[in-house]
Design a protein around this ligand. Sequence first.
Ligand code: NAG
Ligand code: NAG
Ligand code: NAG
Ligand code: NAG
Ligand code: NAG
Ligand code: NAG
Ligand code: NAG
Ligand code: NAG
Ligand code: NAG
Length: 837
Amino acid sequence: MNTEKGLVYPLLLLFLLQVSTCLDILDQNNTIKDGNLLLSSGKTFALGFFSSGNSSNRYVGIWYHQVSELTVVWVANRERPISGTSGALSIDSDGNLVLHETNGSFPVWSTNVSSASSNDSTTARLTDSGNLVLVQDFSQRLIWQSFDYPTDTMLPFMKLGLNRKTGLDRFLTSWKSLEDPTPGNCSYRIDPTGYAQLFLYKDGVPYWRVGSWIGDRWSGVPVMITPYILNVSFVNDPDEISIMYGTVNPSTITRTVLSASGSLQRFTWHDRDRQWIEYWHAPMDQCDYYGKCGPNSNCNLYIAGQFECTCLPGFEPKSPGDWYLRDGSAGCVRRGGVSVCRSGEGFVKVALVKVPDTSKASANMSLSLKECEEECLRDCSCTAYASANESLGGFGCLTWHSDLVDTRTFATTGQDLYVRVDAVELARYRKTSSLSRKATIAIVLVSVVTALLLASSFSYRLVIKKRKDRRGHNPLMSDIMNPTHLDGSRSVKDPDDGPRGNRDVPLLDLSTIASATNNFSILSKLGQGGFGSVYKGVMDNGTEIAVKRLSKHSGQGVEEFKNEVRLIAKLQHRNLVRLLGCCVEEDEKMLIYEFLPNKSLDAFLFDTTQRLTLDWRKRFDIASGVARGLLYLHQDSRLRIIHRDLKASNILLDAAMNPKISDFGMARICGADQIQGNTNRVVGTYGYMSPEYAMGGIFSIKSDVYSFGVLLLEIISGKRNTAYHPENPSYNLIGHVWELWNEGNCEDVIDESMGDSCAKEEALRCIQIGLLCVQELAEDRPNMSTIVFMLANRDVVLASPKRPAYVVKGRYHGGNLSASNGTASANDVTISMVEGR
Ligand SMILES: *[C@@H]1O[C@H](CO)[C@@H](O)[C@H](O)[C@H]1NC(C)=O
Ligand SMILES: *[C@@H]1O[C@H](CO)[C@@H](O)[C@H](O)[C@H]1NC(C)=O
Ligand SMILES: *[C@@H]1O[C@H](CO)[C@@H](O)[C@H](O)[C@H]1NC(C)=O
Ligand SMILES: *[C@@H]1O[C@H](CO)[C@@H](O)[C@H](O)[C@H]1NC(C)=O
Ligand SMILES: *[C@@H]1O[C@H](CO)[C@@H](O)[C@H](O)[C@H]1NC(C)=O
Ligand SMILES: *[C@@H]1O[C@H](CO)[C@@H](O)[C@H](O)[C@H]1NC(C)=O
Ligand SMILES: *[C@@H]1O[C@H](CO)[C@@H](O)[C@H](O)[C@H]1NC(C)=O
Ligand SMILES: *[C@@H]1O[C@H](CO)[C@@H](O)[C@H](O)[C@H]1NC(C)=O
Ligand SMILES: CC(=O)N[C@H]1CO[C@H](CO)[C@@H](O)[C@@H]1O
């Protein structure tokens, strides 16, 4: 009897839960019991009771009603869960929303608005943006809303920030763990002190500084990757200081979550895959962590992908011993024995930075940058200045009067910070900057000459700017580059590695490789590339490997080579070929990769019979995989690798036809001198090269985006970019696609051999994405995260592509030459210096 009862009861309960009542509104006459739901009018959101993880604790929360995965965006009683299913949410006689555990007992949770108790009754309703609102029936006055009490999720149209009138401060607080809604240790809020900033705090101290709103973005987020998804409105007036996001496309389902571990993540719901896709997260790299390098110091990422602390101009390490041991946290102090007060001092510009913490800075929006300098110079306590708002070419004045904390450099976008230095330091910088100005002029001249050469002859002579060797200038850097303990050891180890990523790269003997490849016999040879030959090998244990034997004349030293390999070997992603080891012996340098039995993408795509095996779905998956691999190289890996030679023959396919990018990081491994290779050409393949790269040797992540665009168009069309000239021999595939695009005949581009498998609309979208990638101006091209997002989300409205650039043999079809070279100068040269290493 007993056992039967025990069985029937849960079944009954289950039944009750399934036939749960759904309400539209909650008023004095009804109650939401455990199992009932309150739905928003468009049924987008639901409010009800839920449990999380294995716990039997019940919480009242709001979640997406139409998303198949239970995704809670708000919790009422996060601090006081209900232990059984006896909870009930109702409106009490005061007009407040109250949650009772059992009838009549003291409420577990309440909206607790004192002014609710009036002669006017109230009604609670859930809006389609996920806001639970409590409104007086007669006056229609909003007396309470859940958007004012956010938990860990920020939804579109929800405001974060301070209402200066009422003192209400809205901020996110993480859950305690993935399964426990109790408030955790992380928060995300606006700090209004000084020049207001947005912060992510962990355990009450700053963890990541998002920075100030500087007109079009946050100072600590170099690229707003969101314009396709979210638009931001920032308000700072006497009434309030707040931010709010709106969705550009109303049908996009997106949320921003502060995870229990302190990561701010943005997701969109991808209906086809029935999953949330993260399209952005922060903090993203070492330099994002607040004050990583201590005061008066600057954190850089770009050299060897590691972070590097450098003292700001005029400062020196406070604790040189720690500094050499790569602990920069003590920061820097002003060089001893110098005066920066009325003794010929001045300012040195530090470009492309996230300006220091402004919570103690003063702002005066009515000053220009020039006036700002004068103001700062006049005041001996002023340590630095910068413009406060980057809109309209920069205006407003920020001045710092104490330590400069949490400065970092970005690769592509950043502000200029002017740091006060003494007269001697100033003279030193004046000298170097006039030198570098000369260098810039030389580069522009070289580019123009190159362009002329290109235009007048059919031969390509590509010039790569000689990178300045910055090594040795910095103690940390030399430590990375000359790790003495490597000598004689049989494996290359990263001294910086934490316990997690501690992976040694095996150093293999030349004899082992020789025997695996039959002494590099011609029969084992798989191919020949710009960097050397590739052989197939079989190790004694039967493992198949691919051996890349680099051509001998590389300007790089052995240790340097090993270091690069060590770094590259750490990149792991399902869309990258895995580097298994290396071999350095007798002026031989070899890289050992996993062997992939299927051939490269070009062998399928451009072969009349093989291409039949590539239906649309496969092609789309290959393109998406390549995009994700490239995104990882650009953004998610610590190294920020620019591939520079992305093309169909560098995309290998595994047994399941998953794409794997090969040859990434070759420019690093081989050193800059190797870039020109033995064929007198820049690394990179004609047809895949962006104009700024082909013409001026200027490469950036946007050059890879260009190559990706070409690849995408090739995948859709099944035709090589270079080999395409039906009517007009001077046109390549891009020119052809662009022509059809303008005529509205893009369907003609799609490879017929895909037959009915082709989802025409999706293919047309991909063509548009491809055209966006090959736009003439690098800044117009989307970055890889946007591309991944656009590929994954069919609802995203795509921009209209502008005219592409197509470089064909001997001719450059695009805007006028001087303009494209002129705009490429200052910033892009910086990019090549910064990212080229
Ligand atoms: C509740 O029910 C009573 C009696 O049916 C009705 O008079 C009253 O208007 C209802 N109140 C609300 C807020 O609907
Ligand atoms: C939840 O229960 C399952 C099965 O009993 C167990 O494997 C899992 O580890 C539990 N999860 C947590 C967070 O306790
Ligand atoms: C309501 O607010 C008062 C004071 O602000 C507080 O003492 C009380 O505990 C609150 N009640 C609930 C249910 O939160
Ligand atoms: C409630 O009382 C206020 C005055 O205290 C009055 O102005 C208002 O009309 C009343 N509302 C209702 C619905 O009776
Ligand atoms: C939160 O902070 C407290 C005190 O600083 C600490 O004991 C606890 O481990 C932290 N919890 C998490 C999840 O980090
Ligand atoms: C920056 O300037 C622009 C243009 O005047 C303005 O719209 C924006 O609100 C300003 N931002 C701040 C934070 O002052
Ligand atoms: C975002 O863009 C949409 C459409 O362009 C617009 O309706 C909305 O007001 C904008 N929202 C914000 C917060 O700027
Ligand atoms: C900003 O600078 C102007 C010109 O120097 C000055 O008149 C004004 O008082 C300053 N404003 C603030 C808030 O300091
Ligand atoms: C009026 C009413 O239903 N009271 C119940 C409240 O809950 C307790 C225990 O859960 C019951 O014993 C009461 O009968």
